[in-house]
Write a protein that binds this ligand. Sequence first.
Ligand code: SAM
Length: 238
Amino acid sequence: RRWIADEWNETTAALTGEQAAHLIRVLRAEPGMEFDMVAGGRLFRAVLTECANDIARFELLQEMEADGALPITLLLSVFKFDRMEWAIEKATELGVERIVPVVASRTEKHLALASAKRVERWRRIAREAAQQSRRSDVPAIEDAQPLKTALKREQAGAKLLLSESEESVMLSAALREESTREGRALQMAFGPEGGWTQQEASLFEAESWKSVSLGPRILRAETAAIAATAIAGAFYNE
Ligand code: SAM
């Protein structure tokens, strides 16, 4: 397991709150024990120097080579929270860099209203999944936002709108064309159960998003998100 520091400077790091409590009370760590510690996105071997009730302090010993995230951003229209949590956990394991929860026009009303408050929980899930899968960073989970806001943010790289439409090209063909093998950044967007409205489709069009498909079957958004991330990941990892 890799620990992700809550506080750090050039030579020391600290875990606080729940992380410190887990390390000290559950794992019964003691000064002198060594751990892998991520501090400011960099990976170190660190030695525990001091345990108090709510803080564990470390000295950073040696920097190690970090394995970076894949340059993939997922725009996920907010869907049912248990499935949203699953998608965030799995996308983190697969290495995505950023997730933007989008409140679409057809996002169910109660989910749209509750989504702002859910973001902290989604961040916690991403953090735990990152530690579990030994990532050296945690994907950024943005605040839940309307599509217009999400699309306004200038992002370099390929922009792919996942769609079951028969006219869409296959995702793998688009990835080949978009040179993701050369490490080019990629954004992929997944729609709500009821689909995007005509107005939202026009917003994608205006920003030159390209429509791509995973095949003729209609998948749930979380299945589409994880399948597409795995396919894109294979391109980057090749
Ligand atoms: N009836 C909805 C529509 O018209 O868009 C179906 C939405 S589907 C349940 C949820 C999302 O999953 C879609 O917006 C799309 O992003 C993605 N998706 C589902 N099946 C797909 C497929 N075969 N290829 C690409 N994306 C797919």
